[in-house]
Design a protein around this ligand. Structure first.
Ligand SMILES: Nc1ncnc2c1ncn2[C@@H]1O[C@H](COP(=O)(O)OP(=O)(O)OP(=O)(O)O)[C@@H](O)[C@H]1O
Ligand SMILES: [Mg+2]
Length: 224
């Protein structure tokens, strides 16, 4: 089976404190990998490395079969655009743009804006239950903002969606609803999903659950 992300011997430290220790991780096309672990265990650090946003690590990272080590920033940015979608812990939405404009922003920046992109963005927002003209400064709920971030990440048709605790501070029902949507879209569109997850019922949906402890990933067995 081919891998969309292959990380080998990843180590990362900050000011002499080692967060990730010689860690290996492979993400296959279309699978759902849940990453869990206590606060400060390095989950965001790991997703930043897998997402090619942080290059200050030791080890090797292949994305869609390509070695990222020799790539310059521009090549890496193009690879990221072609293969990845992100939902960040704090969403990174622009408060004065509408939901639709937020979703379309990456396409505008990368010069790929076309009318079909707008149609797709509208349909994603509709499916995720957000009004296209809502603006983050007027969003009623964190859940709504999070669904706009999800639509934006999916509008680029990623091969892999990296979601860093997209449901932090949401209640369990909202977490279930978001993952219902992400998981059914994953099955339909075939992207891989790597998500930081804490709720057991959501972990049960994943193909694999990896627990980050002491800088190393441990396979966790989840009993339904
Ligand atoms: N840019 C940075 N500079 C210095 N230390 C950092 C930096 N980024 C992360 N760290 C440290 O690395 C460790 C892991 O942080 P990280 O954010 O990856 O944890 P996490 O598992 O995502 O935590 P949380 O569940 O709270 O989001 C922490 O001790 C943190 O302080
Ligand atoms: Mg984090």
């Amino acid at each position: 089976m081919s891998a969309v992300i292959q990380a080998r011997g990843i180590s990362r430290s900050f000011g002499g404190i080692t967060v990730l220790k010689d860690l290996d991780m492979t993400v296959h096309h279309g699978e759902f990998v849940a990453v869990t672990g206590r606060s400060g265990s390095g989950k965001s650090t790991l997703l930043g490395i897998l997402g090619t946003l942080d290059r200050d690590f030791q080890g090797s990272l292949h994305v869609n079969g390509r070695d990222t080590a020799p790539m310059d920033a521009e090549t890496l940015a193009a690879l990221r655009r072609e293969t990845m979608g992100f939902i960040f812990q704090d969403f990174h939405l622009l408060p004065n743009l509408s939901a639709l404009e937020n979703v379309l922003l990456p396409a505008v920046f990368s010069g790929r804006y076309m009318e079909p992109v707008e149609k797709e963005a509208e349909s994603l927002l509709h499916r995720l239950g957000v009004r296209v003209d809502a603006t983050p400064s007027r969003f009623l709920s964190r859940g709504e903002r999070q669904r706009v971030a999800a639509a934006r990440a999916l509008a680029g048709r990623p091969m892999v969606l990296l979601a860093d605790e997209p449901t932090a501070s949401l209640d369990e029902a909202s977490e279930e609803i978001l993952f219902d949507l992400l998981d059914s879209m994953r099955r339909e569109k075939g992207f891989a999903l790597v998500a930081v997850v804490h709720t057991r019922s959501v972990m049960e949906r994943a193909d694999r659950v990896l627990d980050l402890r002491e800088g190393v990933l441990h396979h966790e067995v989840i009993h339904a």
